[in-house]
Design a protein around this ligand. Structure first.
Ligand SMILES: C[S@@+](CC[C@H](N)C(=O)[O-])C[C@H]1O[C@@H](n2cnc3c(N)ncnc32)[C@H](O)[C@@H]1O
Length: 235
């Protein structure tokens, strides 16, 4: 994109009011497993991963934080399964979404569905699993969000997100994806270009030599086919 066509960039407050970021057309209702599910998008079932931790140490306190959780369907399903299958397990399930439109209210103290922006919310404990399923596409400062979420992981835990490096641009509108992927890999994280899967084991601290400039919500669909947010940085 030539520099004379760089769009007017939005700050977080304006971006979070955009119809691209909060709308009814996006898929906000994935369950744990099945056709429209976290297991399908992530390549693993988050519930099974948590169960592995519980089975490995029955006294362990296990936490899953799902950022941009949408309707919270996957978390609600996990809550129901833990109540039935591991009623004594010390499990905390936390969902964060900008939009207060959850499928149901939590039925047990295990589950927290929190209306907040992922750009400002911080957890009060390290997590065994942090997921962000098709959420980063709508966040302005994606690199700060990735750094924050990767840092929330407990030793032995996993950060798993969908990430499109093509949504990161330099101040003049040039693609910055390659340098972003290099910085992620330098921090020990992995990125699968075909699946667009970003992963980090244990706490990770990716550093990007970049200053966030703002977001563009007018660039059209990303790889999911839904309109997404492009994020601009000075490198
Ligand atoms: C495509 S949906 C995915 C929802 C869920 N992860 C799923 O797969 O069913 C993206 C979600 O990101 C949420 N979102 C967008 N910007 C956000 C922000 N800054 N903080 C928290 N949630 C945000 C939207 O409200 C929406 O629910």
């Amino acid at each position: 994109m030539p520099s004379d066509s760089v769009p007017r960039l939005l700050d977080d407050v304006t971006l979070e009011l955009s119809s691209v970021v909060a709308n009814n057309a996006m898929n906000r209702g994935r369950g744990l497993a099945g056709v429209n599910s976290y297991a399908r998008e992530l390549g693993f079932d988050p519930y099974e991963r948590l169960v592995d931790r519980v089975r490995g140490d029955s006294r362990a306190a296990v936490t899953w934080i799902d950022v941009c959780c949408g309707s919270g369907r996957a978390l609600l399903e996990a809550e129901a399964r833990f109540a039935q299958e591991f009623p004594k397990a010390e499990v905390t399930l936390i969902g964060i979404d900008l939009v207060d439109f959850f499928l149901a209210r939590p039925r047990t103290p295990r589950l927290w569905l929190i209306t907040a922006s992922a750009t400002t919310w911080t957890p009060d404990r390290p997590a065994d699993l942090v997921t962000c399923v098709h959420g980063l596409h709508y966040i302005g400062d994606k690199l700060a969000a990735v750094s924050a979420m990767a840092g929330w992981i407990a030793p032995g835990g996993l950060f798993a997100a969908d990430f499109d490096p093509d949504e990161i641009l330099t101040a003049d509108g040039a693609p910055a994806g390659t340098v972003v992927i290099d910085a992620l890999r330098a921090s020990g994280m992995t990125y699968d270009r075909r699946k667009r899967h970003l992963r980090g084991q244990g706490p990770r601290s990716p550093r990007f030599p970049a200053t966030y400039l703002g977001a563009d919500d007018t660039a059209g669909p990303g790889y999911t086919g839904q309109p997404s947010v492009r994020s601009y940085y000075a490198w």
